[in-house]
Design a protein around this ligand. Structure first.
Ligand SMILES: C[S@@+](CC[C@H](N)C(=O)[O-])C[C@H]1O[C@@H](n2cnc3c(N)ncnc32)[C@H](O)[C@@H]1O
Length: 278
């Protein structure tokens, strides 16, 4: 047990493991995630519906969304943005590796007769001959990627955009990094049953990687039948650092905002958004 505890509390090397797919696809946790996405009153998995409505209004006016606008939504979840944009006639492609979310998105689009292309795959390997005017990656998904994955995804965005096309994404700021602390928690049914259907013991070990401004929430979930470890990496940015990553991928930063609804940038904010153009 001591040996196990040591393993549970051990700090892995930066980006040593990538377990996002297990988190979003596990039979039980994907169900929890979908119910959070569809709860319009909380900012978990997706933002509250009031914000999403405001965000889509802003996106539609900022990018002159019309019947000719081709949009790719990376990590579209159950299609909360994709549906709203398709209702404004945009030609939308949604990409997500959560089968549960994509199945839900496809069903609801079919009911409304919205011609959205939903693709159930890892967006790091997604490719197509289509070209887009706008690429979205909303709710700080960019922060969950390693340095190498971020480099790869920006190259992908660049090659998938039409000339003059834009990326809109949001990230956690360095202010949010400073607010967080390392911790070691052990609880029966950690997060009120989020991690498994039956009884389990859940460990949360939070590690800060000071030099890189990355935080890892390492969850170890111990059930009768299985033990699993989920690694949630989050990179926190300054605008300068984000600008550098985009510049290295040949993008030009148009503007920073506080969020993807066009709220003016605030240096004290815990998140910020960016529009970058090819
Ligand atoms: C925080 S949720 C945001 C969903 C949506 N953008 C929204 O704001 O409503 C992140 C989504 O990205 C998806 N995702 C994370 N990593 C992914 C990857 N590598 N490939 C495809 N989808 C991914 C998850 O399944 C999840 O649906």
């Amino acid at each position: 047990m001591d040996n196990n505890l040591e393993k549970i509390k051990s700090r892995p090397a930066l980006y040593e493991f990538y377990t996002a797919k297990e988190l979003w696809n596990d039979e039980h946790t994907s169900k929890q995630m979908l119910s959070y996405h569809l709860n319009g009153d909380v900012d978990i998995s997706s933002r509250r519906f009031e914000f999403i409505d405001k965000s889509v209004d802003w996106i539609a006016s900022t990018f002159n969304v019309s019947g000719n606008t081709k949009i790719a939504d990376f990590g579209c979840g159950p299609g909360l943005y994709a549906h709203r944009l398709a209702r404004r006639n945009a030609k939308v492609t949604g990409i997500d590796f959560s089968k549960r979310s994509i199945d839900y998105a496809k069903d609801t689009a079919a009911k409304e007769k919205l011609a959205i292309k939903y693709i159930n795959t890892n967006y790091l390997v997604f490719d197509t001959d289509e070209r887009f005017d706008l690429i979205l990656m909303i709710m700080c998904d960019y922060c969950a990627l390693s340095t190498e994955q971020r480099e790869k995804i920006l190259q992908k965005f660049y090659s998938l955009l039409n000339p003059g096309g834009s990326v809109l994404l949001d990230v956690y700021s360095i202010v949010a990094y400073e607010e967080r602390e390392e911790q070691s928690v052990c609880e029966e049914n950690l997060l009120d049953g989020f991690w498994a259907e039956g009884e389990y013991k859940g460990y949360l070990n939070t590690f800060k990687y000071e030099e890189d401004k990355v935080i890892l929430d390492k969850y170890t979930i111990i059930e009768q039948e299985r033990v699993r470890t989920i690694y949630n990496w989050l990179k926190y940015f300054t605008p300068e650092e984000l600008e550098k990553e985009f510049a290295e991928a040949r993008f030009k930063i148009e503007k920073f905002y506080s969020d993807v609804a066009g709220t003016p940038f605030d240096v004290k904010g815990t998140e910020f958004a960016v529009i970058a153009t090819k």
